[in-house]
Design a protein around this ligand. Structure first.
Ligand code: HEC
Length: 192
């Protein structure tokens, strides 16, 4: 019988729970740093985007040639582009008005909605374009303080650079593989 890694994990976890069970009162006090929280959220968004790109778009469009992904996906009964999927998810989260938001931005955005707006966003994008390292900062917007993390979005394949370089609305036409094309901005409201 094949034992899934999840079954093994749960078996291990229940053994651990038996040894180190934490009562609820203490569990409520447990905390995690805001940077770790941002990094965890990023890993989920990034994984969903990669899975959609590889297992849906690339498989159905490039391998099985069943359907294409198009910017005007509604009109053309096609699949949305990965960046559009990400934006639609981000818009749903923003509707909840929790203060927590995320967005894929770029200094050379095809969709002007994805241009940097706050001073921190502009500075972060300039920094990650050079360093390709995550950028972390705190900013005050209105009266509220936010922890803002920005993760570089790299041109990992020829498809990224070709589509952006050829796009009519792209202000930049010379992207190369390996370059930073933009950044995923995650903004977490801080407690007063
Ligand atoms: C078939 C065309 C196409 C491909 C392939 C593509 N993109 Fe895009 N990308 C777009 C379009 C169109 C948008 C604007 C989507 C929107 O409406 O928000 C976009 C948005 C973005 C943005 C947000 C800024 C902007 O330009 O609006 C980044 C960053 C980005 N793409 C990076 C990438 C990376 C990295 C890859 C490869 C992993 C990639 N793109 C592949 C067409 C494409």
């Amino acid at each position: 019988m094949k034992v899934s890694s999840r079954t093994k994990l749960l078996a291990g976890a229940s053994l651990l729970t038996a040894l180190t069970f934490t009562p609820v009162a203490y569990a409520e006090d447990a905390s995690v740093s805001v940077r770790k929280m941002a990094d965890a959220i990023f890993s989920v968004i990034e994984a969903d985007r990669a899975v959609y790109t590889q297992k849906v778009v690339h498989r159905l469009q490039n391998e099985e040639e069943v359907i294409t992904a198009e910017e005007k996906w509604k009109e053309e009964s096609a699949l949305p582009l990965p960046a559009q999927m990400l934006r639609m998810g981000a818009e749903r989260v923003a509707e909840k008005r929790s203060g927590f938001t995320y967005a894929l931005l770029s200094s050379w955005a095809i969709n002007k909605q994805n241009s940097p707006k706050t001073d921190l966003e502009k500075k972060a994008l300039k920094t990650i374009e050079q360093s390709k390292q995550n950028f972390y900062g705190v900013e005050t917007l209105g009266k509220k303080k936010y922890y803002t993390a920005v993760y570089p979005d790299i041109a990992v394949s020829k498809a990224c650079v070709d589509c952006h370089n050829d796009h009519l609305d792209s202000p930049r036409k010379d992207f190369k593989i390996g370059e930073t094309m933009g950044g995923l901005v995650i903004r977490i409201p801080l407690d007063e």
